[in-house]
Design a binder for this molecule. Sequence first.
Ligand SMILES: Nc1ncnc2c1ncn2[C@@H]1O[C@H](COP(=O)(O)OP(=O)(O)OP(=O)(O)O)[C@@H](O)[C@H]1O
Ligand SMILES: [Mg+2]
Length: 349
Amino acid sequence: MTGGPDAARTRPEGAAIRTQGLTKRFGARKAVDGLALEVPRGAVFGFLGPNGSGKTTTIRMLLGLVAPSSGHAEVLGQPMPRAGRSVLPRVGALVEGPAFYPFLTGAANLARFDAADPLTARATRRARVGAALDRVGLSHAAEKKVHAYSLGMKQRLGLAAALLAPRDLLVLDEPTNGLDPQGTREVRGLIRSLAEDGTTVFVSSHLLAEVEQICTHAAVLRAGQLVAQGTLDALRAGARPRIEVRTPDTAAAADVLRRLGLHVEPGGPGTVVAAVPAHDGGAPPPAAGPAHAGGPVGTAAQDGGTPPPEDLVAALVDAGVRVRGFTAEATTLEERFVELTGEGFDVAG
Ligand SMILES: Nc1ncnc2c1ncn2[C@@H]1O[C@H](COP(=O)(O)OP(=O)(O)OP(=O)(O)O)[C@@H](O)[C@H]1O
Ligand SMILES: [Mg+2]
């Protein structure tokens, strides 16, 4: 029985989630457009994007709640939605607006969820429900009817439902939505402790700070399309410095920087300001022409990385630019994500 759930649970290799060309159309509009996601097992994977960028729609497709218009999704190595019956019991999910019976208590609602899981034993139901409520800090409200729950309490109850059984993968759609700061901290702590137990966590958020605090990996969605994906460290490395050169030779300096692939912006008199062009997605900047291959910084520019500041200074000096001052200010991951996702991206914690 190499293909049984236990074998899969302990198998370390392979992606927890992998999609190719995953697309969802609503009428003529693509809510999700050609997504190629790769979520490594064991990752805490942040799925970042502004409102309406397609996070929930993607998650619904991953869970087999809506059918993709085109493309493929694999969850825990099996195709979705086809393998839903064998995959979904191993996936805990919290999706926007979990459906509870308002006139049942929190505990009774969880018991119904638990009963719907074919793999659970009735005799141990009470203990599972109690443990799940405890884990999300809702024990005190176990016997309260859900219609009297606050939004944050409902959110926690949704999390508790996702935690009723041990899972290989947790898919959480904005799990801190509606929580107060204390509740938010608790949920973050919970996600960390689940990850320490080896559960892969795929968590959507429109808050960069949240993703930075808990995630090992992230993908950034903009209008249904993936604009960045990788480890947080790699994404941070993609945050390019903005440089400022003070020189009497502004035209020559601008020319050198442009040829190195930087985007030169209007600066004050005697000043040239430059940055790597926005939305380059790590691709080689178009302005880095073949004339510079083999130059002091040609290789770095061709790799799509920013030449290190010291190389920029060297290139300026080599070109006869008289440099009076030079500053390189690292952009933060926050600035990088604002750049990737456009205006209106909520970066506050
Ligand atoms: N059932 C539907 N019918 C038509 N359009 C839809 C439907 N569901 C989602 N959309 C549209 O698809 C786009 C993506 O929506 P989605 O809910 O996936 O975004 P989101 O990233 O989860 O946003 P939020 O941060 O607000 O939760 C939006 O423009 C939305 O209006
Ligand atoms: Mg959503």
